[in-house]
Design a protein. Sequence first.
Length: 267
Amino acid sequence: MEVITLGLSRSGTESLAVALKQLGYENVWHGYNLVDQSDLYEPWVRLMRRKWGSSRGWLDGSSGGQEHADGSCKITRADFDTLIGDCAATCDAPPAMFYREMVEAYPEARVILNYREDLDAWYRSTMATLMQTRNATTMSRILAYFTSSGYWRNQVYNFVMGRFYHGDFEKHGKWVYQEHMDKVRGFVPKHNLLEWQVKDGWEPLCEFLGKEMPDEEFPSGNPPDTFLQRIAAANVERNRRAWANLITTVSAASAVVALAAYWIRKT
């Protein structure tokens, strides 16, 4: 692990991930890894349970760190290595949500706090993307229980909303964003921290990382329509399997009910 970036989603994370790859960092983690490798949802949820306990946060009065009766919540380098040990750099969630644990686990890594100067623009972008991918209908919430990846994906969203954004992104998103920035600034030594935004481009990034500046434009962003299309494409196969499992379950239950009714009539 050479570089940890701790800016929240929709803060230029994909542009930064592409830029780091162009600078020679192999295998850069981005939140899209979860979309492309759905088997990673479950182990990330288990780390979230280690950190926060319940996914509902203050809404149900639960305490954090449910796997540690003494109140400690030690997430080690070995824990992270099972998920991102082959990465030279990380961007986006979930790693950014574990800012303290990540920095402690990889003290040799350089730390970048990517951000958006316009807080309202970040809020609108998040509302138009991440908040649109939640299970908004009753049917979509039911389907989530009929595939393993759907269930664990739902748990990730529950933690993001219930714990990280204190139950309601619309009400708490902006102050959580600002508080996250302040926490990172207060925790990471200044000599090892670069505050950076996409419009800053290559120069400060390359100077901080000791890399030569590429002779090309900085990578473009991740517009909302592209984001939603990618999520929708990933959901097609998941929903197909969920419907198949739901139909199988209903058919099996109907057969059991019919068989029970037949034996009742016989007796």
